[in-house]
Design a protein around this ligand. Structure first.
Ligand SMILES: [Zn+2]
Length: 91
């Protein structure tokens, strides 16, 4: 167990209670070096800076899972169709 109750965030340089940090097992004291608030901001910034990367990844994923997506879409449309037919029948 760790004895520290507060930790300084490397981004905002504020000392915050450890509950404001995510736990990371890969780090010495088991806590993230950035507080949750800064992590959130960093993630937003990262997403903004890596939009192309993310889009490319999603395109790639969609390409790889084409059949899966098609199957899901098909199921969805079949369900909608069934619901419509059901409604027609109950008129
Ligand atoms: Zn911070």
């Amino acid at each position: 167990m760790t004895s520290i109750s507060k930790k300084m965030c490397r981004k905002c340089l504020e000392r915050k209670p450890v509950s404001d940090f995510y736990t990371l097992e890969t780090i010495n004291d088991g806590l993230d070096c950035y507080c949750k608030e800064c992590r959130r901001i960093l993630l937003i910034e990262w997403r903004r800076n890596n939009r192309n990367l993310i889009n490319a990844y999603q395109r790639n994923w969609a390409e790889k899972n084409k059949e899966k997506i098609a199957a899901i879409n098909k199921r969805y449309h079949q369900k909608k169709k069934r619901e419509k037919e059901e409604k027609e029948r109950n008129k």
